[in-house]
Design a protein. Structure first.
Length: 397
């Protein structure tokens, strides 16, 4: 048995706020600010450049990577951290294409996060070798995996609806036709049970600022299946991916493990904060967390549908078929969400009409969900969203 949930005492949630947006940006873990201050004043300030050795800065990316590996069912040494998720997508995709040089099709779906598709488009233009990006509907992906496909690149949990792909089934299908599999775990890591080793997928990428609470701009990660890593050719052959960076060799020689997927200087401040944030996961059983997430989201659906008939469920009703979020469609979703946020329930909006709510059992309980539904009911029933101030679009929605 894991620790009991929620663990509210480990987080700084502002008073009077019910936070249902951990699927976009996690809350501040207690101790994170102090960790950042220590890194700035005691390590950088007091030890200066010596801190790369004396404070363990150089080892920090792998130390954090191994902790992340625990949370996604991967072995130690198989996860590298740093850079952004888009960079990690590019790295995985470029390496995967080199593994299947006789094939020209990259398969994703039209519900994938746009940045993943943008990175694929950019790589295709850079390579200029007649590659093709195909994006069928999510439900049509399995039958679209044919022997033409070099790489299947999918986000396990849809960022708008929360719909989940079957990781094992899709990976098995990709391998049946000889394709390489890449999973984006942006909305999975820290939200659902993931077994990268068991799935047998070649690559996975993800971010750490959502359910893992690493803070805005927290470093991304990349997983490479251990049996193939020594044959992977990094497209971005950065200094920190070299086998011996301080040998100062003129030519690139990749590190022998997943460290070859590192690129530039690690973001020490953010890695330190992430390391502190990951302490909240100590003793947490992912099966129990997943069960709590499903219970909270089912409760939310029942409460909102009973109170707000004008909202239409846009997520799968079956909790086993969705991640840790629930989305409702509403024609005036943007102003409605602004009015809800103004009353202390924080979710977010995604075009064209999706109101998103995330469920993070580390700091949410049943009472929070019922209270949130009551506030949403007030906004929707009394049409508070019609006020002019809620119809002014901000840059970030």
């Amino acid at each position: 048995m894991g620790v009991s949930l929620p663990r509210k005492e480990l987080f700084d949630v502002p008073e009077g706020v019910i936070y249902l947006d951990g699927n976009s940006l996690g809350v501040l873990p207690k101790g994170a600010a102090e960790r950042a201050q220590k890194t700035i004043t005691e390590e950088w300030g007091g030890q200066l450049i010596k801190a790369w050795n004396t404070a363990g800065w150089m080892a920090l990316p792998q130390v954090v990577g191994d902790r992340l590996a625990d949370l996604i069912g991967a072995p130690a040494g198989s996860v590298a951290t740093g850079d952004t998720l888009s960079i990690k997508v590019y790295q995985a995709l470029a390496a995967a294409l080199k593994m299947r040089p006789d094939r020209k099709v990259i398969l994703s779906d039209n519900g994938n996060f746009p940045s993943d598709l943008y990175m694929a488009e950019g790589l295709i233009k850079t390579l200029d070798q007649d590659y093709e990006l195909r994006t069928p509907a999510p439900e049509d992906v399995a039958e679209a995996i044919t022997e033409e496909v070099a790489v299947v690149m999918l986000t396990q949990v849809d960022y708008r609806s929360g719909r989940m792909h079957d990781m094992d089934a899709i990976t098995k299908r990709a391998h049946e036709v000889g394709a390489v599999m890449i999973w984006d775990l942006a909305h999975s890591a820290g939200a659902v049970q993931v077994d990268m080793a068991g799935s047998n997928a070649e690559f996975a990428v993800g971010c750490t600022y959502k359910y893992l609470n690493g803070g805005p701009g927290a470093p991304a990660f990349i997983y490479v299946r251990p049996d193939i890593v020594k044959n992977i050719e990094p497209a971005l052959s950065g200094w920190l991916g070299h086998d011996a960076p301080f040998a100062m060799e003129l030519n690139y020689r990749p590190a022998s493990a997943t460290e070859r997927m590192r690129v530039g200087t690690p973001p020490i401040l953010q890695l330190g904060v992430l390391q502190e944030a990951l302490k909240a996961w100590d003793g947490v059983d992912m099966a129990e967390l997943r069960a709590a997430s499903q219970r909270l989201s089912d409760l939310f659906i029942n409460e909102v549908e009973a109170r707000c008939p004008m909202l239409t469920l846009a997520s799968p009703r079956d909790a086993n078929a969705r991640g840790s979020q629930v989305s409702f469609a509403f024609e005036h979703g943007y102003p409605a969400m602004q009015a809800i946020i103004d009353r202390g329930v924080i979710g977010d909006f995604r075009a064209p009409n999706i109101m998103r709510f995330g469920f993070t059992p580390l700091y949410l309980d049943d009472a929070d969900i019922v209270a949130a539904a009551e506030i949403i009911e007030d906004v929707m029933s009394n049409e508070h969203w019609r006020e002019d101030k809620y119809n002014v679009r901000s840059r970030v929605t």
